[in-house]
Design a protein around this ligand. Structure first.
Ligand code: AMP
Length: 196
């Protein structure tokens, strides 16, 4: 299925888990800027060294770096017919950069899904994940900062996509399978196609 999709929502909403499941069903690659940054940090690459000071504190990585990374990744052949973005765009400038990048190839986003969850629930989930995965940005202070960055810079993006008629809100609370089912139903409703 050819679909250009963005999944967004606060840290801890379950985007990563759902993005992988959806991408499998849709047959498009999941592109997660957070995963790409973490892999580069783990591999001690030049990009990893450039971004670790931001990611470890829960600050956004500068747009120049993030936009260039996405331009590179979307130019790869597996993303030619569609993709699922997880964690990008994260602010207005990135949203504009993405539009421009897609427009250069006569493409546009088909659908943006906001995974909605209660802030108290996400904080509890992130603290639990900290114990399991040991992510350096899952400490209480950094979590609080990441949630405020989300509220101030990312959450306002919803309005842009509502105005364009391509925003869908999906309730992110519940069992993983249940949420995946809701997401697939939403995608079917918007695109008129049933994911395999
Ligand atoms: P995530 O796994 O999506 O929560 O991302 C982890 C961290 O990577 C974020 O707290 C930011 O420091 C950085 N990051 C991920 N995506 C972006 C983005 N689109 N723009 C800027 N920084 C990002």
């Amino acid at each position: 299925m050819s679909v250009r999709l963005v999944l967004f929502g606060p840290p801890g909403a379950g985007k990563g888990t759902q993005a992988v499941r959806l991408a499998e069903r849709l047959g498009v690659p999941t592109i997660s800027t957070g995963d790409i940054f973490r892999a580069n940090i783990a591999g001690d690459t030049e990009l990893g060294r450039q971004v670790v000071g931001y990611t470890s504190k829960g600050h956004l990585v500068p747009d120049e770096l993030t936009d260039a990374l996405i331009a590179d990744r979307l130019a790869q052949p597996d993303a030619a017919d569609g993709f699922l973005l997880d964690g990008y765009p994260r602010n207005g400038a990135q949203a504009a950069a993405l539009d421009a990048l897609l427009a250069a190839d006569d493409h546009e986003l088909d659908l943006v899904i906001e995974l909605a969850v209660d802030p108290d629930v996400v904080t509890a989930r992130l603290l639990k994940r900290a114990q399991i995965e040991g992510r350096v940005d899952d400490t209480e202070d950094v979590i609080r900062h990441r949630l405020s960055v989300y509220a101030e810079q990312t959450s306002p993006l919803a309005e842009i996509y509502v105005n364009r008629g391509i925003l869908a809100q999906v309730d992110g609370l519940g069992e993983v399978d249940e949420v995946t089912g809701r997401l697939l139903a939403t995608i079917e409703q918007f695109t008129g196609e049933l994911p395999q």
